[in-house]
Design a binder for this molecule. Structure first.
Ligand code: PFF
Ligand code: NA
Length: 453
């Protein structure tokens, strides 16, 4: 096979892959989406299903993606084409790679808007722009920030630009170099947040909310949402992990790195919950306030607390860093594909994707002001991007990946790539062939109401 990545496209450092993949996983999904979804779906029951989905579906699928990437040494489309050719199977499976790239691009199109909120709140926090003293006051600040398309567009464009710049610099000089300092910084900030919550929040109430199991809250929709979020939070079925896997040196263990990434991601989500809900409850606020949770309730809570201003700044800086290390992973697949298969330089590829991203994300940004009324079936464009990716494209992509890895490819090919002890391999194979496909199909059918009440 000619499918060998050039040495310049392998992670340089021992921790290069783990840092980059953890950077991809840990993001707005953990700190923004997980807390507000947990709030909306009522706490512990949602958290439990989410944890089950991570362990039973997320981990096996992530291992499959990394193995596919490393075996095929390329962007999702090219890598899948190569591994299917190697097994003598239809190249049409590379359609999965197309879907993943589309999915990553769609996610990023709304992701940069939320990241723009984060950066603008970082700015406000430093310049004293979050000094409201009531729920209404904070809501007014949030609305005002959204209402002016030039303002909101400025911040989301800034994120788009930073993402393009880093990815344009290359895998090592751009992505790896930036995550090498951003990820440790993120951990330090998160620890500060937790210690603060431990001392000044209603820690017990937060813990109870996150972990108390109430089966009455487990609707089909909640389970589908938890499963979709498990894919989202681990950056699966979006091309990101597969492409990062293509740069993984041959001597590193896929099983071990996957576990590290999945555990870190889960810990950060739970820690974010433990940092946020105690503060929410200490100030008597509503955990079910939706996507605005960390932008309205949280800053208000900080206003009322000692040292709150400084911790607030740390929080939004952390959010910005987490968002950026995820955003870069979402365009890497497409940039790598344009670079490998179409001979575009990385800089040009990054600009090309970036300009398209800028257009689509601007449309998503307009959902909060000019285009607030442009709704289709009750959702505006921003919501559609989120809904379609989390509820359809990612579960379907995960299903496709599981079928490809479990049934289509020759067993030997991925077995060699994964290099697991045989008992662990058997467990993985069982999960990828039966648990993942059946769980995904069942959750789908249930959410569609096909399995009855
Ligand atoms: N995992 C990221 C988060 O939790 O914020 C989101 C994400 C990144 C999704 C990369 C998809 C992706 F390809
Ligand atoms: Na995540």
């Amino acid at each position: 096979m000619t499918a060998i990545a050039s040495p310049k496209n392998l992670w340089l450092g021992r921790w290069g892959f783990v840092l980059a993949a953890t950077g991809s996983s840990v993001g707005l999904g953990n700190i923004w989406k997980f807390p507000y979804m947990t709030g909306e779906y009522g706490g512990g029951a949602f958290v439990l299903v989410y944890l089950l989905c991570i362990a039973a579906i997320g981990v096996p699928v992530m291992m499959a993606e990394i193995a596919l990437g490393r075996r095929g040494r390329g962007s999702p489309i090219d890598a899948i084409r190569r591994v299917t050719r190697e097994s003598g199977r239809s190249r049409w499976w590379s359609g999965l790679g197309w879907m993943a790239m589309l999915c990553g691009f769609m996610i990023l199109s709304f992701y940069v808007v939320v990241a723009g909120w984060a950066v603008s709140y970082l700015w406000k926090s430093v310049t004293g722009g979050l000094a409201a003293h009531s729920v209404e006051g904070m809501a007014a600040i949030f609305s005002a920030n959204n209402a002016n398309p030039w303002n909101l567009g400025f911040w989301s464009s800034l994120v788009t630009l930073a993402t393009m710049a880093i990815v344009g610099l290359g895998v090592q000089a751009g992505i790896e170099r930036s995550v090498r300092w951003m990820m440790p910084g993120l951990v330090v900030m998160l620890v500060v947040m937790i210690v603060y919550a431990l001392f000044s929040g209603s820690f017990g109430a937060g813990v109870h909310f996150l972990f108390a199991f109430d089966p009455g809250k487990l609707t089909g929709q909640a389970v589908l949402a938890a499963m979709g979020h498990a894919f989202f939070t681990l950056s699966l079925a979006s091309g990101a992990i597969l492409t990062y896997g293509a740069y993984l040196p041959a001597d590193q263990s896929i099983g071990r790195t996957t576990l590290m990434v999945a555990i870190c991601d889960t810990l950060v989500a739970l820690m974010a919950g433990l940092a946020i809900f105690p503060v929410i409850f200490a100030n008597g606020m509503d955990p079910a306030s939706g996507p605005g949770l960390i932008f309205m309730s949280l800053p208000l809570a900080f206003q009322q607390m000692p040292l709150g201003g400084a911790v607030e700044t740390i929080f939004f800086l952390m959010l910005t860093v987490a968002a950026l290390t995820s955003a870069i992973s979402m365009i890497e697949a497409t940039v790598a594909w344009l670079n490998e298969s179409h001979g575009l330089s990385r800089v040009r590829a990054a600009w090309g994707v970036g300009i398209l991203l800028w257009v689509v994300s601007t449309l998503a940004m307009l959902s909060f002001n000019v285009g607030a009324d442009w709704k289709l079936a009750g959702r505006h464009f921003f919501d559609w991007l989120d809904f379609l990716t989390s509820r359809f494209l990612m579960p379907l992509g995960g299903l496709g990946t599981a079928l490809l890895a479990g049934f289509v490819l020759r067993g030997e090919s991925l077995k060699e790539e994964l290099g697991l002890p045989s008992a662990v391999h058997a467990l993985w194979r069982f999960a990828i062939r039966y648990v993942c496909p059946l769980a995904i199909v069942m959750v789908f059918l249930d959410a569609l109401g096909a399995l009855g009440a």
